[in-house]
Design a protein around this ligand. Structure first.
Ligand SMILES: Nc1ncnc2c1ncn2[C@@H]1O[C@H](COP(=O)(O)OP(=O)(O)OP(=O)(O)O)[C@@H](O)[C@H]1O
Length: 223
């Protein structure tokens, strides 16, 4: 479970959060929306333990938390296969299982033929798929997605969103996904949090409703 109590966060004079309370239980899938600079990424960074709150507490009892960023953040001096292998080794996956796990996940994101490629040889979408495979291969029970699909075309966004939702459903993992486009969250999450003015409020899912906050044009192929 992820539990934040009376949490506050500030960068110098800029208060990002003030007295946040929230809970995420295994199997819950939550979308996070809100204006630019509202604190969405900071929220995930606190959840992942990368940022320390200034007040209150953040308790994360999930066994394996993985955060996928907007940029792929692959190790440029390692090929795609090594990028996954290193993460799997660091995540404590048994040596004899690493190759099979890596190959399975590269296949699931459509990169089976790119295992030996260098990150610099990948397109932006391929690199992002590799980053997602690296996270999912660890079979996290808390998956944090910080707009990881924003640079991708609508069809690929839909595919990768579906993959994350399927994996979360299959394993009972919890998932939190930031998006500026609520239609992207349809099918991926069950609940929506809106972050604004230092607060987080649950709101009805505005999936694809024209004129909804943060709404953008829906994709040609649905998500
Ligand atoms: N390391 C940092 N140092 C100083 N200020 C920061 C830092 N990280 C974030 N901030 C500030 O905290 C606020 C929230 O930033 P955050 O990136 O969490 O917002 P966001 O909602 O994810 O924005 P966006 O939708 O544009 O990605 C912003 O005002 C930002 O400038």
């Amino acid at each position: 479970m992820l539990e934040m109590r009376n949490l506050s966060l500030a960068f110098g004079p800029r208060t990002v959060f003030d007295d946040i309370r929230l809970e995420v239980r295994p199997g819950e899938r939550i979308g996070v929306i809100g204006p630019s600079g509202a604190g969405k990424s900071s929220l995930l960074r606190v959840a992942a333990g990368l940022l320390k709150p200034d007040g209150g507490t953040c308790r994360n009892t999930f066994q394996c938390t993985r955060l996928v960023f907007q940029e792929p953040r692959l190790l440029p001096w390692r090929n795609v296969a090594d990028n996954l292998d290193i993460a799997l080794r660091a995540g404590g996956v048994a040596a004899g299982e690493i190759a099979a796990r890596r190959d399975r996940w590269l296949g699931r994101v459509g990169l089976a033929d790119s295992a030996q490629a260098w990150p610099s040889e990948l397109s932006g979408g391929m690199a992002q798929r590799a980053a997602l495979a690296r996270a999912l291969a660890l079979e996290p029970d808390l998956l944090l997605l910080d707009e990881p699909f924003s640079a991708l075309d609508p069809a690929l966004r839909a595919d990768l969103g579906r993959l994350c939702a399927e994996q979360a459903r299959a394993t009972g993992a919890a998932l939190i996904c930031i998006s500026h486009q609520p239609w992207e969250l349809a099918g991926l999450v069950d609940r929506i949090w809106r972050v604004a003015d230092g607060r987080i409020a649950e709101q009805p899912a505005p999936f694809g409703r024209p004129g909804a906050p943060d709404h953008d044009a829906p994709p040609a192929s649905g998500c």
